[in-house]
Design a protein around this ligand. Structure first.
Ligand code: GUN
Length: 292
């Protein structure tokens, strides 16, 4: 029997409904959760993510404050903007869209965000809290992955989860979330130094590729009945598509769907969850009264 398709849009909408209940409640107390969205340069992918984030704010009772800076803006100017958002009581959450241009030190900019407004969960403080099992703001994509797994009824207690990719945005924080007692998985993290990736993947009850390489995970690398959360977003040529290209994940979907128990599509799997968890974190920041 083919896998159950995990509908990220549906799960995201479920959570957005919960968010609207919270923003409605906050509005009666005169609080509108505010998100400062900072975009440097005109990377088309970043621009489309930022636009989607701003739209989602408007649809769910949050206010976004847009800041677009030219690609050649100085690091000092960007730091100044971050600091002014830190001080702004109408701003509960700050998002600096990554990647930043090469002349800017990304880690310096992230570290400048006040941890209480770091709704991306990227600051050393928030990552440290997650590692120490006392999370405040959890990075949005990993948080969304856990929600997808839990809300789809995938058993996690004692499951072997295999993450492919060790990025600061996905792989590393996800590892820490999956070993929490509330999930209780045993985690293997594969990366470019891993020998025999296929062997590790075949042993996974929960497989999470987050590499950005189309075709990386083929059907023979999937354990029958496994849950596959495909985080990859890759544009590939497709002459039959309207624009001549389409988006695929890291998994060969048509092969994997025949063996897996659950699988997320790309697009429509993890993507909608990332933005939803950003809204969630921003509302949490407002609830915690971090505006001042
Ligand atoms: N670039 C890719 N993913 C993300 C994300 O979740 N947050 C930010 N700020 N930048 C990103």
């Amino acid at each position: 029997m083919p896998a159950q398709i995990i509908d990220g849009k549906k799960v995201a909408e479920e959570i957005r409904a919960e968010i609207r209940v919270k923003t409605t409640r906050l509005a009666t107390a005169g609080v509108v959760p505010g998100l400062a969205v900072i975009l440097v340069g005109d990377n088309p992918a970043s621009l489309s993510y930022v636009t989607a984030k701003e739209k989602a704010c408007g649809e769910n009772g949050l206010k976004s404050f847009e800041h677009r800076l030219p690609a050649d803006v100085s690091e000092a100017k960007l730091l100044e903007l971050v600091r002014s958002c830190n001080e702004d009581p109408a701003v509960h959450g700050i998002l600096v869209q990554l990647p930043l241009p090469a002349h800017i030190d990304e880690s310096k900019v992230i570290a400048a965000i006040s941890p209480g407004k770091d709704v991306d969960g990227f600051t050393p403080s928030n990552i440290g809290r997650l590692v120490l099992d006392d999370p405040l703001f959890v990075p949005c994509t990993p948080a969304g992955i856990v929600e997808l797994i839990k809300r789809s009824g995938v058993p996690t207690d004692g499951a072997h989860a295999v993450i492919v990719g060790r990025s600061n945005i996905v792989g590393r924080p996800l590892m820490n979330l999956l070993i929490r007692r509330s999930v209780n998985a045993t985690v293997t993290v594969c990366h470019t130094g891993t020998k025999d990736l296929a062997r590790h993947c075949r042993d996974a009850d929960i497989l999470v590729p987050c590499v950005g390489r189309a075709g990386l995970i083929t059907g023979d690398m999937v354990k029958p009945g496994a849950c596959i959360i495909d985080v990859g977003v890759n544009q590939i040529d497709d002459p039959s598509a309207k624009r001549g290209h389409r988006l695929v994940g890291d998994v060969v979907f048509d092969e994997a769907v025949e063996r897996a128990g659950w699988i997320t599509p790309v697009p429509g799997g993890v993507g909608p969850m990332t933005i939803t968890m950003l809204l969630w974190n921003t509302v949490l920041a407002a609830e915690l009264g971090r505006g001042a």
